[in-house]
Design a protein around this ligand. Structure first.
Ligand code: GTP
Ligand code: MG
Length: 582
């Protein structure tokens, strides 16, 4: 394979722009490890502290605690569309009339927006009471009061200044490859990739705020509903630009009657009945979808996808730039997110490896934002978890062992499926495994490049391969609905593409000396080299390369026998292989 220079790297589609229809905000904060790459990033470092919310903290927060804290924070927060220039100090002073502000930040998303978190929830009501519905010359405004507001300037003052906003897109391909090429090791490269792509504190706040704004709209019908983010926004594996999966939780609405009964009587709401849970879900989502479409400020492109296996409403939230999928009656997915959160938080290598594999898969079009026969990010994450359970000693515990650590409080049955596992991270013993990320990355590709997909399935519950129960090309057991395969959609050709690329990447990563040569010549090496896009007939190229390298080996062996230098065979062989690569 030719190794192109950095100039060619813009061909890569590493950016996690899942649906280009959505207008993307450009807000990003960076944190810098102590490497050469640091210099490149330092210039971009804006002021303000950055916390991803997922760093190692002792004691580590439970998923439910983290969700509740963030939700409460979001309820005290407003989103304000701002003019391009104004006085930030005056703006904050003006808002402070309604109560003290805990924190705020600005970002751009085809316009400037402020996210302002008050210390008290009452301040939001006070601000709303002072706001008015705009009057329009040509159109008529629907008088809907929400926490999404607009700041208007009454008169142009001389104190206007440009507002400093931060950026929330991942780095450009060129920038990323520069960072990767200057890194010191593959471990450093994987950690750099993680730092550049992971959700920032601001991006996470914006995700919870968006859910909270949608919750306000749904609350018009279901006052006790909760809209919870799930999937990669909260499971520690979210990349900047990933979609926002939302779960409309109506459990409080359903259970209220049990709290409020006393004495000999029981009071029930008069309700409409429908023949099944699925029809109820479809009706609820249909109405909420209409409501978002007609009244939801900033909600555009609302699509009701009600006949899907899991009915959903898909829309773009323009102000935040998020592509949103709203579901209900999908509690198992929320539980899966909690499980992934635990796995992602247990060991710092997990997220770095998952990000590396997800980026690798995206760069080679193994994953796609369009539904189809491709592997999903969720399936890839399961594969990494499974691989880490198979290490010796294991880096991650099996789901069954997390179940044995559970206490009474953790007991959870959803639709007849046992979803019990320990929720308290501090009760899980850390792994004694000290393998490097470099080794894990290589061995991940080797492991799955040689996995017997034709007969075995992947099962994180037991952490061992099992016979496939059906003939699906790729079988990854759903951890909670154990009779289901989460990768049922994957075709044989997509699986083969994955296997070929895994083999090729394992081969590239084995070329240790290439790495060193490349560092000095600024060529992509290590992780950067395996992120390069596929070239046509890559598979046959790989085979040719392997054949060529085998021929070279024989030639070398003969030569070394001739010159009686057999002791150096391995080293010579490696060097010859490098020259065939470039
Ligand atoms: P992104 O690609 O970054 O959005 O990753 P994601 O994990 O958010 O994936 P996606 O948006 O496709 O799905 C959201 C969540 O739904 C996942 O995290 C899972 O919890 C759940 N989910 C997705 N696909 C499946 C599936 O095939 N089976 C099951 N049981 N759950 C799924
Ligand atoms: Mg998602």
């Amino acid at each position: 394979m030719a190794v192109p220079g950095v100039g060619l790297l813009t061909r890569l589609h590493l950016c996690a722009q899942r649906r280009t229809r959505v207008q993307r905000p450009i807000l990003r904060l960076l944190s810098c490890p102590g490497t050469v790459a640091e210099d490149l990033r330092r210039n971009e470092q804006p002021s303000g502290s950055v916390e991803t919310g997922f760093e190692d903290k002792i004691p580590r927060k439970r998923f439910s605690e983290m969700q509740n804290e963030r939700r409460e924070q979001a309820q005290r927060t407003v989103l304000i569309r701002c003019p391009e220039k104004f006085s930030e100090n005056k703006f904050l002073k003006y808002l402070s009339q309604h109560g003290p502000i805990n924190n705020h930040f600005f970002y751009e998303s085809f316009g400037l927006y402020a996210v302002v978190e008050f210390c008290r929830k009452e301040s939001v009501g006070s601000l709303q009471n002072g706001a008015r519905t705009p009057s329009m010359a040509m159109e008529t405004a629907i008088p809907f009061r929400s926490r999404f507001l607009s700041l208007k300037l009454k008169n142009q003052t001389s104190e206007q200044s440009c507002i400093q906003s931060s950026n929330q897109l991942p780095p450009s391909n060129r920038k990323l490859f520069e960072l990767l090429c200057y890194a010191e090791s593959i471990d450093d490269q994987l950690n750099t990739l993680l730092k550049e792509f992971q959700l920032t504190e601001e991006n996470t706040k914006l995700r919870y705020l968006t859910c909270s704004l949608i919750e306000d709209i749904a609350a018009a019908y279901f006052p006790d509903c909760v809209v919870r983010p799930f999937g990669s926004s909260v499971n520690t594996f979210g990349k900047l630009g990933c979609d926002l999966d939302m779960f409309l939780d109506l459990d409080e609405t359903r259970n209220l009657s049990t709290h409020k009964t006393s004495g000999n009587f029981l009071m029930e709401f008069q309700v409409k009945n429908v023949p099944s849970e699925r029809i109820a879900t479809q009706k609820i989502l249909s109405v909420i979808g209409e409501c978002l479409d007609h009244f939801g400020p900033g909600c555009v492109g609302v699509q009701k996808i009600l006949n899907a296996r899991c009915p959903l409403v898909r829309f773009s939230h323009q102000a935040s730039g998020f592509q949103c999928d709203l579901t209900t009656n999908n509690r198992i997915a929320l539980t899966s997110s909690e499980l992934l959160y635990i796995y992602g938080t247990l060991d710092s290598r997990v997220r770095a490896l998952v990000f590396g594999i997800r980026c690798w898969a995206r760069a080679h079009s193994l994953t796609s934002s369009i539904p189809g026969a491709w592997i999903t990010n969720f399936s890839l994450t399961m594969m990494v978890i499974f691989f880490l359970q198979r290490r010796s000693p294991p880096i991650l515990p099996t789901l069954d062992s997390l179940k044995t650590l559970a206490d009474a409080e953790d007991k959870c049955i959803i639709e007849g499926n046992n979803c019990t596992f320990v929720r308290d991270l501090n009760r899980i013993k850390p792994s004694g495994n000290t393998e490097t990320l470099e080794l894990l990355l290589k061995e991940f590709f080797e492991y799955f490049g040689n996995f017997a997909f034709n007969k075995n399935s992947i099962n994180i519950r037991q952490g061992r391969e099992q016979n496939k129960p059906d003939s699906s090309p790729l079988y990854i057991q759903n951890p909670f609905e154990t009779s289901l395969n989460i990768s049922k959609n994957v075709s044989q050709s997509q699986l083969q593409k994955f296997v070929d690329l895994a083999q090729e990447s394992a081969w590239i990563l084995q070329q240790k000396d290439t790495d060193r040569l490349s560092v000095s010549s600024h060529q992509p090496w290590g992780l950067a080299a395996i992120l390069l896009p596929s070239v046509p007939n890559r598979r046959s190229l790989t085979k040719k390369k392997r054949n060529r390298s085998a021929n070279e080996s024989i030639k070398n062996l003969l030569e070394s026998l001739k010159s009686n230098r057999t002791a150096n065979f391995t080293e010579t062989n490696e060097k010859r292989t490098i020259s065939t690569q470039t």
